[in-house]
Design a protein around this ligand. Sequence first.
Ligand SMILES: *Cc1c(COP(=O)(O)O)cnc(C)c1O
Length: 394
Amino acid sequence: MTHVPAPVAPPNRILMGPGPSAISPRVLAALAAPTVGHLDPYFLRIMDETQTMLRDVFRTKNPLTMSVSGTGSAGMEACVVNLIEPGDRMVVCVNGVFGGRMADVATRCGAEVTTIERPFGEVFSPEEIAAVVKKVSPKVLGIVHAETSTGALQPLEEVSRIVHDAGALLLVDCVTSLGGLPVEIDAWQIDAAYSGTQKCLSCPPGLAPVTFGPRAIEAIDKRKSKVASWYLDMTMVRNYWSDKSRAYHHTAPINMNYGLHEALRIVLEEGLEARHARHRRNHLALRAGLEAMGVEYAVAESHRLPVLNAVRIPEGVDDKAVRAQLLNEFGIEIGGGLGPLAGKTWRIGLMGEASSRRNVLLFLAALDACLKAQGGRSSAGAGVAAANEVYGDA
Ligand SMILES: *Cc1c(COP(=O)(O)O)cnc(C)c1O
């Protein structure tokens, strides 16, 4: 007889890493709702409502706004593969792992890729962007808004103006920013953007919200060659998502779309401004606590991400031992450093549902215990006290 394993019974983690983030019970309940057909009138209504809510969250009027079936990386691939034809020039700004991934994707799509680079943790200046678009005159410039691998936030407004003055399209990775900090697709004139469900939207990994503006659609409509990916071809996918044709392309992951629908409802019920303010407040409290404990940030204050706090691992402290203790003793997951920052930084996520006073205080207390176990001095509650001071007397 085949041995049948026990049913899944995952531990209830406190997800404070670089994603996935904590999921609301409301979203988990939506995922468990009965599956209907992908052309069922009920599901079509869910798709329409999801598109409307995604436009609100992306702050755009773009009709071509929807979720791609796949994680954030599928959103990246969908944007690049639709905008790029073999031989097109594309500039990719690389200051972390995800910029590097975008350059890889663009190369695979047949783009002639030029990268500009910045050390991990830094961001690009308008002058650097101006110089490269002048030199290369690309069809597309791709840049990451919130580099989850480093904890750096790239300002976009001036970049957008420079890219458009050079006649290029601006493609932005909003995977970690959407739902946690301001993303203004229309006001910043971003031509195409993608996100993911698992970061600040607090929905499990599985869908990638994307939006394409008029200039991007024009570029797609003017293509001479077929989109190199069948699955991610927006010229076909958009017929399924448009209320006129509803042509079968692939079966949408029905229940994942229920989950995203509920996650977006939660975002809009809270309100974008209040949500961004909550992320900011919890970041400031965490920062005050960490600083009181002598833990320093790895990113300059001017471009620090509130949703992902990259900090230097204190001298003499064992990275893996602390993360293991946090997980095993306290059920808290944080991220280690990536690439050149491996072993040097921790990445503490305060994304979506996970961005809460409870998590900030719990984490600071747990970290205090872990640092003490490493032979350090306990801060004797100084971290928690400093964070509470930021919250005031609530
Ligand atoms: C997480 C992330 C991605 C990739 O998303 P997946 O859901 O892991 O495929 C891309 N870009 C950034 C900035 C991310 O944080």
